[in-house]
Design a protein around this ligand. Structure first.
Ligand code: ADP
Length: 191
């Protein structure tokens, strides 16, 4: 399996680039944000619990998302690899992911980290909120809270993968195609 993490703050373009990457490399897209929103729309117990955190721009507890990813990995045998989007978001999630992949004799090949300035992020998220139907994109204080959570908890995930020399920073501003090309160049060196 060839497993990639697409990393970056909310609004950095992970969703857009994920679509293009899974099409090109035949990877299975696992987005914890999408999985959580589908639990919410299905009104499951997990969804109702997660919504309380998501509405405030806070991270959902580790055990909830780790359980969700663990079952998604188990239900996707015989695939080329995973593209993880929005996960891991804490060092504990990163360690849990390594253990889950280890059970399948697999590992993370590379973490691609999109770098975008805070002002650009807020602008993009407010704009996405006009059409996405996502309540967490319409309120500027929730947007700022998500970016703060990213700086407080999520940046440590990059340190975790740095120790294994698996992190590549990519400039996430510019044209979608140029950013995609830069991501592909990094992936191709590790294939
Ligand atoms: P964005 O990256 O634009 O914030 P996501 O769709 O990835 O959007 O996530 C939306 C929300 O879902 C997050 O603000 C957080 O509350 C929750 N969430 C998603 N992934 C995780 C995760 N791995 N750990 C904890 N919470 C998560």
């Amino acid at each position: 399996m060839f497993n990639v993490i697409l990393f970056g703050p909310p609004g950095s373009g992970k969703g857009t680039q994920s679509e293009k990457l899974i099409a090109k490399y035949g990877l299975k897209h696992l987005s914890t944000g999408d999985l959580l929103r589908s639990e919410i729309s299905g009104q499951t117990a997990l969804g109702l619990e997660a919504k309380k955190f998501m509405d405030k721009g806070q991270l959902v507890p580790d055990e909830v998302v780790i359980g969700m990813i663990s079952s998604a990995i188990d239900h996707n045998d015989k695939i080329t690899g995973f593209l993880f989007d929005g996960f891991p978001r804490t060092a504990a999630q990163a360690e849990a992911l390594d253990k889950l992949l280890d059970l399948k004799n697999a590992s993370i090949a590379i973490m691609l980290a999109l770098d975008v300035s805070e002002e650009e992020l807020v602008k993009r998220l407010m704009k996405r909120g006009e059409t996405s139907g996502r309540s967490d994109d319409t309120n500027e204080s929730v947007i700022r809270a998500r970016i703060d959570e990213y700086h407080a908890k999520t940046t440590s995930v990059a340190d975790y993968y740095h120790q294994f020399d698996k992190v590549k920073m990519i400039k996430g501003e510019g044209s979608i195609d140029d950013i995609f090309l830069a991501l592909c160049q990094e992936i191709d060196t590790r294939l």
